[in-house]
Design a protein around this ligand. Structure first.
Ligand SMILES: NC(=O)c1ccc[n+]([C@@H]2O[C@H](COP(=O)([O-])OP(=O)(O)OC[C@H]3O[C@@H](n4cnc5c(N)ncnc54)[C@H](O)[C@@H]3O)[C@@H](O)[C@H]2O)c1
Length: 311
């Protein structure tokens, strides 16, 4: 299958691209390297350094001729979306619309979209949050990510393009950029490996649902072959506190550092975990990597990275 992956130089979509390539698919990547890195690009994939908002995206479609588009390119900084909502929308909404229009022109059969489960519902009414939970984002990032879900519905209704929305929890693992805000495992790992103190925003009781990136890549593979359009939460349904993340990273690093505490940042929810029963039922997805095991894999990656940089 010919697959165009947007954002493939980034954390999650580089793993998704690896998984598609391992199955023998023909993968092309479009990314403007805003936060992505060349070193994340799989060598077997064609690469187009293009902004998804740009007219040049049409040339990418002409060259790659994708059957399926897997859309991960996005602005992902929640706090920046609060400060600069128009910037966030220009990429996450207008960039996505530019992409959808190219999909329509080129007869793309299906779009897989990296949605968010964690930033959509505001402070949840119940946990774990399922797909029927009311949508009430606290930050413009959640609004822009959710808007695309509506557009996907209209492109299916009006142009027959199938879609799968995968609403991600907090994804972590190798290649995650510590500068992104979901990257707490990466942030703690790099600070502790450097012997520095790590800061927890809040009192450490804030919770998130963490899924290892390999399990997320597996969901994208299942979505490729799914015959129906739909929206699916991915998550373990387990709340992990910031303090537990701190302790898991500290154990994997072998550090004895103590956390520093600072006030909570705007736009962040207190508690969240996602119910993925629908994805289990309809896509046959389930998570496999336990949190401590995943954190150990991530820390191994950062340790190697730090060693490489220091030699
Ligand atoms: N990391 C998480 O926990 C998480 C949670 C929920 C949803 N998501 C979604 O998953 C996707 C991937 O996130 P990630 O954590 O891998 O982030 P990332 O920043 O590593 O990847 C995003 C990629 O998109 C590229 N990009 C940004 N703007 C672009 C533009 N205008 N044109 C072309 N490319 C552009 C970046 O260069 C980067 O390579 C995003 O859509 C994000 O909203 C991530």
């Amino acid at each position: 299958m010919k697959i165009l992956v947007t954002g493939g130089a980034g954390f999650i979509a580089s793993h998704v691209s690896d998984a598609f390539l391992a199955l023998g698919h023909d993968v092309a990547i479009v990314d403007n390297l805003a936060s992505g890195k060349r070193e994340n690009l799989p060598s077997a994939a064609a690469f187009y350094e293009v902004d998804i908002r740009d007219d040049k995206l049409a040339d990418v479609f002409r060259a790659a001729k994708p059957d399926v588009v897997v859309h991960h390119a996005a602005h992902i900084e929640v706090a920046r979306s609060v400060r600069e909502p128009a910037y966030d929308a220009s990429i996450n909404i207008l960039g996505s619309l530019n992409l959808l229009e190219r999909c329509r022109e080129h007869g793309v059969r299906k779009i897989i979209y990296a949605g968010t489960g964690g930033a959509l519902v505001g402070e949840p009414i119940y946990i774990p949050v399922d797909e029927a939970h009311p949508i009430d984002p606290l930050a413009p990032y959640g609004v822009s990510k959710h808007t695309v879900e509506h557009y996907l519905f209209t492109y299916k209704a009006n142009h027959g393009i199938e879609y799968t929305v995968l609403r991600y929890p907090n994804v972590y693992g190798p290649r995650q950029d510590p500068h992104g805000e979901a990257g707490v495992v990466a942030i703690f790992s790099l600070l502790m490996l450097a012997g520095k103190e790590a800061t927890i925003f809040g009192d450490g009781t804030k919770t998130r649902d963490y899924v290892y990136v390999g399990d997320i890549a597996a969901a994208n593979v299942l979505a490729l072959n799914s015959p129906v359009s739909g929206v699916y939460n991915l998550g373990r349904g387990i709340e992990v506190t910031d303090l537990e993340v701190f302790e898991a990273v500290r154990a994997a690093v072998g550090s004895d550092t103590q956390p520093q505490f600072q006030p909570v940042r705007p736009g962040e929810v207190e508690h969240i975990a996602l119910d993925s029963s629908k994805a289990q039922r309809e896509l046959g997805w389930n998570w496999k990597v336990d949190f401590k095991e995943g954190v150990a894999k991530a820390v191994d990656f950062y340790r190697e990275q730090v060693t490489r940089e220091n030699t």
